[in-house]
Design a binder for this molecule. Structure first.
Ligand code: MLT
Length: 258
């Protein structure tokens, strides 16, 4: 069953569509700089994924997968009568982009994979998610924000962007975080399937990304048959939020050329 997503739409209805898929545990507001700049050229859609931001969770205690999140996005496109779009996913948004490839590839015009990876969670990463779930169950999302914010940003951006990013994480509902963590842990490995993803793909990574480092981007670049790679200086895991001008320039050039 799909969830009807809250979304923000900017730009002309008749223009080519870009759908922005946010990371965990964030919401559509992480794309504010892209919506501001890229809507001059494209129809920009930024949903809150299920349970995040203003979108509802299906029901308390329910479990879901990255494929379910992708189905929600396709239901939104169906409602808006958008046949094909460019999907720009950051981290968890990139995992959803891979789910779109698995299940709805006809809807994909291009992919933009930002600060994400094709590999599955290691056993250590899965154990870490269980620990985070216990923390959130006991104390809510504040301690999760405390531990995540320093890892999400480049050292250069800690002083200026930590507060706004922390506020974004604090808006996440504990129930959503508790449903998302196992879905992240159980996402399938796509690293052996990258060769089949033939659509033009832009890979963007912050040079200081500590969570999906340059080596993850390089692996995708080496295996994707039709990909560009852009490394953004002075950015961490949140490259579109940390260095929006460089990120937007990379997107505009890619959209123009492919
Ligand atoms: C994200 O930014 O979406 C998360 O880092 C994804 C993850 O935890 O794998």
């Amino acid at each position: 069953m799909t969830v009807s997503l809250h979304f923000v739409e900017r730009g002309e209805r008749g223009a080519e569509a870009i759908v922005f898929l946010h990371g965990f545990p964030l919401d559509h507001t992480m794309w504010q700089h892209q919506l501001d700049a890229l809507s001059a050229h494209y129809r920009c859609l930024a949903p809150d994924l299920r349970g995040f931001g203003s979108s509802p969770l299906p029901s308390e205690g329910s479990s879901w997968t990255m494929d379910d999140l992708a189905d929600d996005v396709v239901a939104l496109l169906d409602k808006l009568r958008i046949e094909q779009a460019t999907f720009c996913g950051l981290s968890m948004g990139g995992y959803i982009a891979f789910a779109l490839w698995r299940n709805h590839r006809g809807r994909i015009r291009r992919l933009i994979l930002a600060d994400t990876k094709a590999t599955a969670d290691t056993p250590q990463a899965k154990a870490n998610r269980q620990r985070q779930a216990e923390l959130v169950r006991a104390q809510g999302v504040a301690p999760l924000a405390d531990e995540m914010v320093p890892k999400l940003l480049s050292p250069d951006k800690q002083a200026t962007l930590s507060d706004s990013l922390r506020q974004m994480i604090l808006r996440a509902r504990p129930e959503t975080v508790l449903a998302a963590l196992p879905a992240l842990a159980e996402r399938p490995d796509m690293s052996e399937r990258l060769g089949e993803i033939t659509v033009p793909t832009l890979i963007v990574v912050g040079e200081d990304d500590a969570l999906s480092p340059i080596s993850d981007a390089q692996l995708m670049y080496d295996r994707l048959p039709n990909a560009q790679l852009v490394i953004i200086p002075s950015a961490g895991h949140m490259s579109p939020f940390e260095e929006p001008e460089a990120f937007n320039r990379a997107v505009l050039e890619f959209m123009r050329d492919f």
